[in-house]
Design a protein around this ligand. Sequence first.
Ligand SMILES: [Zn+2]
Length: 416
Amino acid sequence: MNLKKRLEHRFYRYSAIPSQSDPSNETVPSSVGQWEMAELLAQELAELDVTDISIGETGVVYGRLPARLAPGHKPVPKAGWCCHMDTVDVHLSPEVHPLTVRNYQGGDILQNPEKQIYLRADEHPELNDYIGQDIIVSDGTSVLGADNKAAVSNLMVALEIIKEDPAIEHGEIYIAFVPDEETGLRGSKSMDFSKFPVDFAYTIDCCEQGEVVYQTFNAGEAVLNIRGVPAHPMSSKNNLVNPAMVAVDYINLLDRAETPEHTEDTEGYLWVTDIYCDGLDAKVMIDIRDHDLKKYKAKKEFLQKALEITQLKHPRAVMSLEMKDIYGNIYDALTDDNRMCIDLIYEALDELGIEPKTKAMRGGTDGSFISTQGIPTPNYFTGALNFHSSAEFLPLDAFENSCKLTLKLMEMIAKA
Ligand SMILES: [Zn+2]
């Protein structure tokens, strides 16, 4: 079977397991489908000569492929790959039914004849770049979940090829399949790093062909709690403290230019994501994001200052602010001595004739947490586009190149 066919088969097999994570469930993994993925992958790893396979309490699958090097070969770095098993919950169906469009000829793609759902070419001009290619789409009722099952397939096929071809030399390779990336990197945060003792690692968790990411947001979450003073209209004058108005006053202090709708590239933001309110209490949830750690910290300080100002205006309101960090910028974990994992990506892309597209990601990956643990973990493309939407699609040529990059990296690390 050729590489593309192998990848497509794997991708269909993993897509058949609904493994959407559930942000409202605090246990990890947050859904049973992720256990099912973990068990299947652990079984399949055993068939690929991977040893030390285990499934942790939170569903993380660990494994190690022992090195295969010529006798007397100097030691080479230990590298890890981490892929997430969940698909994102964006209020679409957890069931994924992929469909491959062969030799796409341009125009709209009928994703779902029964429901008459189309991937419209005028809404998605990026489709034009893939004319003449095979493209995998969803049936329009769900995401495609190439984020991140394209990565899982990619790594498994790479391991399969290594097993079949004894001529490929490689160092020790560590594998981690994690749940709940999409619910705040909870899977990677629960990893037992004694089972992932690597010099560096990779995720395969971004988009179009050539993308390389080693800058992500610093990310945090703020929750503002407000308790007002309720009163009957008969006695409300100079008495009522309306928590809704307190919340509005607080929000009005935020800079309207520093919101997701007014920022791009490496500009950070504060995003008021949820407001809950009744006569007694209000709660405001805010996402804090900035690539620059200093600016990120300044945003947190500002939120605290805004609380103090609002409190002065509403002395009888009881207010508290809880803030927590979710992940960091991979870039901040890099030093002159540990950049090799990134240099290797560019060298491998060059050898494969793929043009690199370096991106500062407006988001985070498992690598954003793993890097904070002293393991630099850059990220490269799956080939898929439109993550987190029913318009997500995966061109097979780019998918194949993503897998070739994995194999090339494994080969180059053995020579490093
Ligand atoms: Zn992802």
